[in-house]
Each structure stands twice: as C-alpha cells, then as structure tokens.
Design a protein around this ligand. Structure first.
Ligand code: TAP
Length: 453
C-alpha cells in the first residue's frame, strides 16, 4: 500500500491522505466480494429491497455531510453537491424496486414449460471518474446490488472521500460485509485489475474515451461484460424560431455547470445564421452573470477545476490565434479557477470543436438550415447528449430523431433522470445505465426447459 494526497481544488490545501491499494490488496477485496456473493444472491428479493431502502435512508440522513465532503474534495458548489447526494439516495430507492421486478418469461413450447431467469453476473467492478463521484458510483452499484451482484468500486484517485463514506453508510444500513467495497488507488493498478481478474464478471467504466477503449480491449480477453460511459462534444442547437431569450439565458448553465467538467456539457452552440448576432448579444450578459467563486457559498454557480494539471490542459485549448468572444469572471488567489469562456472557432477542424475540453469553454458557430444543423451536430465521433431550441414541434421531433446522441432535450437542457435510460452513441459509450432496465444490465438471461411428458 502507498498513499495519495487529497487536495481541495478551491484552496489548493491538502485535505487528507488516502491509502492507495496495490494489486495484492485489490485481489483480496475481489476475493472477499466473491465469497460474499454466495449468500447475497440468495437473499430474498424483498429483503434485498429492504436493505437497499435502508441504505437510501442512511444516505438521506447523511446528506449534508456527503455534500460537504464533495464541496471540499471536488470543489462542487454546495447546491450541486446536495443534488448529487440526493441523487444517490433516489437511485438506491429506485433500485430497491428492482429485485422484486426482475421478471422472466414463460415461453410457449411443446412437451414442457420454458422459463427464463435473470441471474446475477457475480462480482462487478465499478470505475468512477472525478467529475461526478457520487452519482456515477450509484448508477453502477445501485442496480448491480439490486440484481444480486457484489460490487468493488474504485473512485478516482483525486476524489475518493464520498465513496469511502458511502461504503460506511452501506454497512451501517445493514448490507452484509463485503457486498459493497470501495478500493482506493490508481486506475492503472486497481482499475486495471478489475479488467484482468477473472472473478470480476463485469466492468462499469465512466471516464475518458481513451481509457475506455483500453478497458474494452482488456475485457475482450475474457469476454467480460462492460458498460462504458465516455466523453462528449454535445451540441446545443438554437433555431431562429426559438425563444431566444430563454435559449441564451440557459445556455451558460448547459456547459459551465460543474465548471464544464461534465460529459453532457453542451460545448458547441449551433445558432441559425439569421439570429446569430442577436443570440451572442443575449449570451454575453448571461455568461457574465454566472457566479464563479467559493463553492461552499449557496449563491455560487460555478466552482474551480479539479486540479492544476487539468486547468493547464483546459488552458491549452486557447491558442494565441483563438478568437475569444467574451469571458465571465473568476476569483483571484489560490484555487484552480478558470473563467467561463466563449470562443468563435475559425474552422470546423478547430480542436475546440472536435475534442472534449472538459472545462468552461464553449464554441459558438452559425448554421444555415435544418439539414446544416443536423450535419454539424453529427460532425463528431461523440454522441452523448444535446439540446435543441425551436417552437416548431415537427422540427423538434425530426431533429431529435436525426441527431446521433443518446440523450436529447427540447427547449430544456436536462439529460439525466434516474428513471430514464442514459448512455452514448458512437464513441460516447456502450450500453445504458439508469432507467427501468438498469438491473437487467447486471444479469445474464438463463433459459430453462422442463419436460412435462
Ligand atoms: P480517466 O483517466 O479516464 O479516469 C477515469 C477513471 O478511470 C479513474 O477512476 C481512473 O483512475 C481510472 N483509470 C485510469 N486509467 C485506468 C486504466 N488503465 N485502467 C482502469 N482504470 C483506469 O479520466 P481522467 O484522467 O479522470 O480525465 C481525463 C479526461 O477524460 C478529461 O479531461 C475528460 O475529457 C475525460 N473524462 C470524461 C468523463 C466522463 S463522465 N465522460 C469523466 C472524467 C473524465 P485514476 O483516478 O487513478 O486516474
């Protein structure tokens, strides 16, 4: 075991030091999870549901503490952090409805009865990034536990504190030991072991497309199940017939929320040419109105970036030739701050249009007509989310069907609800999380024929 420092990104102060597991410690956790599986999968569905409800209630009772940990560890605004802890509670409550609803089929056959079962996979490894440490963890472990799997979870090295607390709350709520474990450490050690260890039967990975591809290739060695939630370069399409005031007032929050460190960030704003200048006029005060500062202050709307290295990476997208239309504000002093920035790209090949910045930088570009908007929106390897603004319901549906992305919103920027499916097209991912089928993704379908003759 080695250790790693946890830094508060708003102050640059060391918060604490956390153990970093080596391969032997990871193997030991996986072995414990495998032993715990035998009894966990046999817990009656109603009892598993009750335990998940108690876990949800424990999270609810601890909501302020969890939110406070995320403010300190990830620099999330307190408003967002409360929502995130509440999301874990809600995902657990929703998951508690799953064990009793994992229904199989009875299929007509000759000479007997044919039935299907949804069997748990076994040990599930969940690898979580630093941008939304709590919700992304829960979207994996809630349905996985509900379906009768045991879970080993690796938080990002930068943001382990809420995951560690959630594991304590699970035990307090009565989940049997080793059914849900958190293993802190490096992705290249702990996360990689989830990929190579034969007892881990599924890997749920959220993070960069680059690492996601390695995980998928590694899982192929054992035909291991994998869910990938990767990057995005989502479009916010504003048609001339839209409510321009509302579209401009909300656009900053669709990309600068969580300081742009959001795979669903609408980081390309496509605006119909006839209203392009008017939209920019409206956007400028909206961007300047984003309150950037102390994440613990309830009035703050945007906190810092996660680390100095990440701030440098984001800054690297702004080259001397980049045309910055306008920026918002950022505090002086310590902290990994970056002002909201609006860029007018020079050409479609500009990296600001093709690569995921994962920071508070948005590119605005014009389009001519509906076909041009769809072409530009789809001109990316990613396909996670997107928004479109129009008052024409036919166009809203046509464009929604034509944009190659998993999660779209019309005259709104919402994309994640725990009871609707979430995931990406193209290189934004593989598989879906959340929604009514969430537990199915953690099962194998077994078909059994019983002869009656
Ligand atoms: P990644 O390197 O992909 O890290 C995500 C998670 O995977 C972390 O827990 C990480 O562990 C782990 N990991 C890293 N290498 C691994 C490996 N070889 N095997 C197994 N697990 C591994 O992302 P990042 O470095 O945090 O961010 C880099 C960029 O990825 C961002 O700038 C952004 O563009 C993108 N990103 C996207 C998302 C979403 S939600 N789509 C989330 C985060 C980042 P460590 O903590 O040890 O690194």
């Amino acid at each position: 075991m080695t250790s790693a420092q946890v830094i508060n990104p708003a102050t640059e102060q060391v918060v604490t030091t956390i153990e970093a597991a080596d391969q032997a410690a990871t193997d030991a956790a996986i072995a414990r999870a495998q032993r715990a599986l035998t009894s966990w999968r046999q817990v009656a569905p109603g009892d598993r549901a009750r335990l998940l409800r108690r876990f949800a209630e424990a999270v609810d009772a601890d909501l302020e503490r969890l939110a406070g940990l995320e403010v300190t560890n990830a620099g999330h605004t307190i408003g967002n952090a409360r929502w995130e802890a509440g999301n874990v509670r809600d995902v657990l409550h929703y998951s508690a409805g799953m064990p009793e609803r994992l229904l199989g089929n009875q299929i007509p056959v000759v000479g007997g009865v044919d039935i299907t079962f949804h069997e748990p996979l076994g040990v599930v490894g969940v690898i979580v990034p630093w941008n939304f440490p709590m919700p992304i963890a829960a979207w994996g472990f809630g349905p996985a536990l509900a379906a009768g799997n045991t879970v080993v979870l690796k938080p990002a090295e930068l943001t382990p504190l809420t995951a560690i607390r959630l594991a304590e709350l699970a035990l307090d709520a009565g989940l049997p030991e080793h059914v849900f474990q958190v293993v802190t450490g490096k992705g290249s050690v702990v996360g990689q072991r989830f990929v190579t260890h034969p007892a881990v039967r599924k890997v749920v990975f959220t993070g960069s497309t680059e690492v996601g591809k390695q995980i998928m290739a590694g899982c192929a060695e054992q035909v291991k199940r994998v869910t990938l939630e990767l990057g995005g370069k989502s479009a916010n399409i504003v048609f001339a017939d839209a409510d321009l005031e509302k579209a401009a007032a909300t656009a900053p929050y669709a990309v600068f929320d969580n300081a742009g460190q959001d795979c669903c960030a609408r980081s390309r704003i496509l605006v119909q040419r006839s209203v392009f200048d008017r939209f920019l006029e409206l956007l400028e005060p909206a961007v300047q109105g984003v309150r950037v500062g102390d994440p613990a202050d309830a009035a703050t709307e945007m906190g810092p970036l996660i680390s100095a290295a990440h701030r440098d990476r984001v800054a690297g997208f702004l080259e001397p030739s980049t045309k910055v239309a306008f920026t918002g504000s950022r505090p002086d002093g310590p902290g990994f701050w970056f002002a909201p920035t609006v860029v007018l790209p020079a050409s479609p090949a500009d990296r600001i249009l093709t690569e995921e910045v994962f920071g508070p930088v948005v590119a605005v570009l014009p389009f001519d007509d509906e076909a041009d908007a769809i072409r530009l929106a789809n001109d990316t390897e990613y396909g996670l989310s997107g928004s479109l603004w129009t008052s024409d319901v036919g166009r809203a549906l046509r464009v929604s069907r034509a944009v190659e992305a998993g999660n779209l919103s019309v005259n709104s920027h919402s994309s994640v609800r725990y009871w609707t499916p979430f995931g990406g097209f193209k290189q934004s991912g593989l598989g879906r999380e959340l929604g009514p089928d969430a537990a199915r993704a953690f099962t194998e379908t077994k078909n059994v024929f019983i002869a009656t003759d």
